[in-house]
Design a protein around this ligand. Structure first.
Ligand code: ADP
Length: 398
């Protein structure tokens, strides 16, 4: 096995081939890369960025560095920390950098960020332009209804008057095209990918880019690249909530999301079965490690109400178990969604239950969930934004 010292030599040589777009000299010669450290195959480095520089150039540079270093045999991981020269100098003097993030969501003032520092090894994530809040919908394992909850939560947030985007990065089986009954190739305008529209939501899914029936086997760096691109290159502007449907489990996707944008909260979906709960607890722990606030756990398929007799059955287990587990994990049970054939039928037919059955009990449960999510992650001016909230003849008064 190669030792760290020789890996470091190769890393420097690889970095020397990458040019600083501003000066056209190597990023090593122009001192844009600092603090290259290799430990057990993990490469840490600092990229010095210009606070006023072009974001796209910076992202391209980060990607080029990650690609070049990841290609070196013996490198298991690359961690790029992007910071301004001033912040780097402060850090070297032993002070914490306090650079404010442009477009940071309201709750994340520089002061708040200082109280809750992100992990020191985490590359600097940057707020998405024009997006209020980013919410990850995750689960410990597949088949618990994560995508169903993501779609209906997005629609319920929209019902509350918010503008909502939905991003599907479930690499194992992107299901949003089916759940929403849409497909097609997204258009590109001005180097930005335009999300498709479905039921008022702005939607982007891996499924739009894949041929049907293609077996999907993607390695870590590719997953990371796709997630970065879907967040940075898609035009999400003008959105209050971006709901991200994550792949199940704990892995590269979660890390890539956390490294790319500040995530305002994670919602963990589970069924009340013991096994699913164990996986949910693992997922929750991972978000905590990534410094992402867990908003709570949703118990999906928590009960079945027999339409004929009104009797309640707990097919997958009692939701009280989820509540207890949530307490043990120092979080809350955010929602409780019944098992209902209308949910499954709506998913199969591309008409989510919140749209297909707006007055039903399941829709009410999704709206209650959306209210809790919105209360935990309020967006500044959301209530003033939607046109439909204005009176029909309000233009006469202005
Ligand atoms: P995941 O994203 O966790 O893999 P899905 O959202 O694809 O799970 O759901 C798996 C299956 O369970 C789908 O057929 C879906 O329609 C069904 N389902 C999910 N939630 C419910 C529910 N509350 N009631 C009935 N069926 C549901």
């Amino acid at each position: 096995m190669k030792d760290d010292f020789s890996i470091k030599g190769e890393v420097i040589s690889a970095l020397e081939t990458i040019k600083d777009p501003a000066t056209d000299t190597s990023i090593v010669d122009s001192h844009l890369v600092e603090n290259v450290v290799v430990k057990a195959g993990v490469v840490d480095l600092t990229l010095v960025v210009d606070a006023k520089g072009n974001r796209e150039d910076r992202f391209a540079l980060e990607d080029a560095i990650a690609d070049a270093v990841e290609a070196i045999a013996g490198v298991s991981e690359v961690k790029i920390k992007s910071m301004t020269a001033q912040a780097l100098a402060q850090e070297q003097k032993g002070q914490t950098p306090t650079a404010p993030r442009p477009n940071a969501s309201p709750a994340k003032t520089p002061a708040a960020a200082q109280q809750q520092p992100r992990q020191p090894t985490m590359p600097a994530s940057e707020a998405l332009e024009g997006v209020g809040r980013v919410i990850a919908v995750a689960s410990g394992k597949g088949g618990v209804g994560k995508s169903t909850v993501a779609v209906n939560l997005a629609l319920a947030l929209q019902k509350l008057g918010h503008r909502v985007g939905l991003l599907d990065v479930d690499i194992y089986g992107p299901s949003l095209p089916t759940l929403l009954g849409i497909n097609g190739r997204p258009e590109v305008n001005n180097r930005r990918i335009l999300p498709l529209k479905a039921n008022g939501l702005s939607v982007m899914s891996l499924g739009f880019l894949m041929e049907e029936d293609t077996p999907v086997i993607w390695r870590g760096p590719i997953v990371t690249g796709i997630i970065r691109q879907f967040l940075r290159d898609v035009d999400w502007s003008g959105i209050d909530y971006l709901i991200v449907d994550m792949p199940p489990g704990t892995g590269d996707a979660q890390l890539a999301l956390a490294q790319t944008v500040p995530v305002d909260g994670a919602v963990i979906v589970t069924t009340p079965s013991d096994l699913a709960l164990v996986d949910a607890a693992r997922g929750l722990q991972m978000f905590k490690t990534l410094n992402i606030a867990v908003l709570g756990i949703v118990a999906n398929m928590s009960k079945f109400v027999c339409p004929a007799t009104g009797e309640v059955y707990h097919i997958f287990g009692d939701p009280a178990v989820v509540e207890k587990e949530a307490r043990r994990l120092e979080t809350v049970m955010l929602g409780d969604i019944p098992l209902d054939m209308a949910v499954r039928k709506g998913g199969d037919e591309g008409r989510p239950v919140v749209v297909a059955d707006p007055d039903g009990a399941v829709t009410a449960a999704f709206i209650a969930l959306a209210e809790k999510v919105a209360a935990a992650t309020p967006v500044g001016a959301a209530s003033e934004q939607p046109e439909k909230k204005k009176g029909l003849f309000s233009f006469l008064k202005s």
